[in-house]
Ligand binder design. Sequence first.
Ligand code: CTP
Length: 399
Amino acid sequence: MGALAGRRIVLGVTGGIAAYKAVEVASRLKKAGAELRVIMTRGAQSFVAPLTFREVADAPVATTMWGEPQHHVAHIALAEFAELVLIAPATANLIAKAAAGIADDMLTTTVLATRAPLLLAPAMNTVMWESPVTQENIHRLTARGAQIIPPAEGFLACGAVGAGRLPEPAEIVRAAEAHFARTQSLTGRRILVTAAGTEEPLDPVRYLGNRSTGRMGYEVAAEAARRGAEVILVSGPTPLATPAGVQRVDVRSAREMYAAVLAAYDGVDAVIKAAAVADYRPAETAEHKIKKSDGELTLTLTRNPDILYELGQKKRHQILVGFAAETQNVADYARGKLTKKNLDFIVANNVAEENAGFGVATNHVQIFYADGRAEEHPLMAKAALAGIILDRLAGMLRK
Ligand code: CTP
């Protein structure tokens, strides 16, 4: 049985010249066993008749919000039906509307109303594809977890040559297959993720902290749960909401994190340590608020346990993934930590760089592996990076 068998897919077709290729996409999805519904925009219907989809793929086709109601709110029914919303071709207009949350027809309303992941195959003229506003919209969508099948290069209908062609139907179907294969890739695995910074109390009102918001770790936890893992998220203080299906354990200080992580360690298959753990804490925590006085105040700090180092020492079957936040000599420092802490791989970023590191939705990283390999990744949404980290982890767990 293929990855698409029995999967509930809504195929959105928008009004580009490539709409005719969507017929073959629909037919292939159907042959692969998917349960298919098609939504066509008005533009799409100028290129291909709804009947074509109905006949070729034997799928119900929705063309308007205002037709004969098969369901009292048809767009909600489709939104809930979908395990995946695949839009091929996706025009610049559809991409802009989806990015902005506009819901003015059946397809855009379904996109807004669904919790299902979005897989988009953009197709348009090269200038429209490369235009900053389209790229910005794509970026906004991927930052929210949408996946993009990059347009191919070649001869376009308008006579130009460049990027913007709809990829071949077989490739689009492969991307949908890969999506569903990924959603099962961590089924049956238990994964421990740590996230956010720790707070080291100085007195009842003050603490030493750091600028980590927990975003990277939360994206990893959310994506691991979507891929079927049982996820324990040990989190420092953060306003972020607990991702669906994740068991969250709240801690404040490094020592509390240490205790929570070690308690769970034996039963997990992997640990991803995205938390920014304080290396030092105030040697004493004052029982009452420290009052100011003339002159200087000196704080004495004492070392916290290195949680990941301890895990590396106690490692048996577990895969260990660390993060390294650096402001210089990224590769050297990251490789040093990889070896010292006995990790399987380490995700390193330069937090001094714009759009990478603390509090932003994107990251720019290199990954170093225990066997000496290294990968450089382009600037991308933390959600997308979470996917890459989990792809690598799933590969190692399979071995
Ligand atoms: N880490 C940890 N316990 C600590 C400090 C760090 O588990 N007390 C983990 C982090 O969660 C991260 C990795 O170790 O996955 C590297 O953290 P980082 O702060 O970059 O490095 P340090 O080991 O603290 O080294 P340094 O402060 O010298 O850069």
